[in-house]
Design a protein around this ligand. Sequence first.
Ligand SMILES: Cc1cc2nc3c(=O)[nH]c(=O)nc-3n(C[C@H](O)[C@H](O)[C@H](O)COP(=O)(O)OP(=O)(O)OC[C@H]3O[C@@H](n4cnc5c(N)ncnc54)[C@H](O)[C@@H]3O)c2cc1C
Length: 458
Amino acid sequence: MKSNLIARLSSILTPNELLLSAEERQRFASDQSGLDGALPLAVLRPATVAALSEAVKVCAAAGVAMVPQGGRTGLSGGACATGNCVIVSTMLMSGIAEIDADAMTMTVWAGTPLQVVQEAALEHGLEYPVDIGARGSATIGGTIATNAGGIRVLRHGMTRQHVLGLEVVLPDGRIVARLGKLVKDNAGLDLKHLFIGSEGIFGVITRAVLQLRPATRACTAALLAVRDHDAALACLSAARRTFAGRLTAFEGMWPDYWDFVCHKTELAASPLAADHGFYILAEFALEGDDSAHFENWLGQLLEDGIVEDGVIAKSLSETQALWRVREAIGDVDADFGAHINFDLGISPSQLGHFCDAGDRLLAGMAGVTGTLKVGHVGDGNVHFLVGHEDDAEVSDRIEQALYALVRDYGGTITAEHGVGRLKRDWLSCCRSPKEVDLMRQLKSMLDPGQIMNPGALV
Ligand SMILES: Cc1cc2nc3c(=O)[nH]c(=O)nc-3n(C[C@H](O)[C@H](O)[C@H](O)COP(=O)(O)OP(=O)(O)OC[C@H]3O[C@@H](n4cnc5c(N)ncnc54)[C@H](O)[C@@H]3O)c2cc1C
């Protein structure tokens, strides 16, 4: 059956579009979740939508599972190969098809890296405001499929808010496209939202029309040290009241994380003289004489005792140095050892209490080696890393305990990384049986053969 499938795919795809060597197939087996993917039967990377559609029809007819892949930076295992599947990579469908500066839109192929989109928008005085640490490799298709969040959600919202149109190849090979630039369109159901955040289970996204914004002219960043998470919330409220939409990021770092990246490893350098109970990295878009306004505002917080210490970046390199402390989360794996990377969403006002309760639960648990907590606290999203002795039983116990706590707090098991394969069995901790059933019914309707990314999400 395999040789028959390959023969049929070879008649549609060029040798550059169909990778068959064991070495190449292994290269595409996994994403960055730490989950080991199976060896796929083949890697399909069609350069055109027509070729993709034909290849999908061949796989569907043969009942062969397909796993869509973008930049493989996913952290939930959604892009990992399952047994007897082919990988469908958007790698060769890359590039910007059109920028309409008047409509402030960009039409882009799914395999285009996020950073390429950001830079192209800036050349027109515009901005694509979705931004994540993996910007150099993550693709537009992948960010749409996962409804990526990131560091500017506070001001601009998630990826969903920036997509005007989509083209998708369905699991039976049909191509459905609505690539208009309409901001207002109430003609029936807005079907694109079914595919945004669907993690590749309903089809392969091939093109998108993105809504751009006027570029932010200048930004300033500040690192603020406060007593605890409640004090951080007080700062957040004050910043929102004073700067409204000009607050672009409000990131939080707990002492376990700060200590690890600044003191226990050389991943980042602390810009502060002493240690504190909680650290905030806040970024503001500047307009007019905002710079002085911002310094006065911070001076007042220091005087009121809400902020204990603070550093304002005076140049781009100082801004980058402050961000380096926050983005060091992407480099902790080797030093921190075996761990679970929880991506939890809790109501912002409860996040601090949730983390304290989580710490208490884990403190008494055998096999736990440490925690690192960092996140988009303005959005109520914490990346809660729990180190453990490399043992499946311990890891399962940790997941049981933390996800049960998430349920008690009415939170979500994933705020932005998605469910993928790693969190699928925990979905019921934040979604009711009726919701999960409805997801399954939609999956069965669009993919009755269960061949598009089986085992991911539901
Ligand atoms: C250092 C680092 C920092 C990160 N920071 C953030 C962050 O701040 N916020 C955040 O949300 N995420 C973050 N991530 C996670 C990851 O970058 C995002 O999930 C990203 O959107 C994945 O894009 P990708 O192209 O790599 O997709 P992949 O990893 O290839 O795939 C992810 C999922 O999307 C599906 N998929 C991919 N392309 C398509 C397509 N064209 N059509 C249909 N389905 C598709 C896959 O099947 C899979 O289920 C981070 C990851 C790293 C490594």
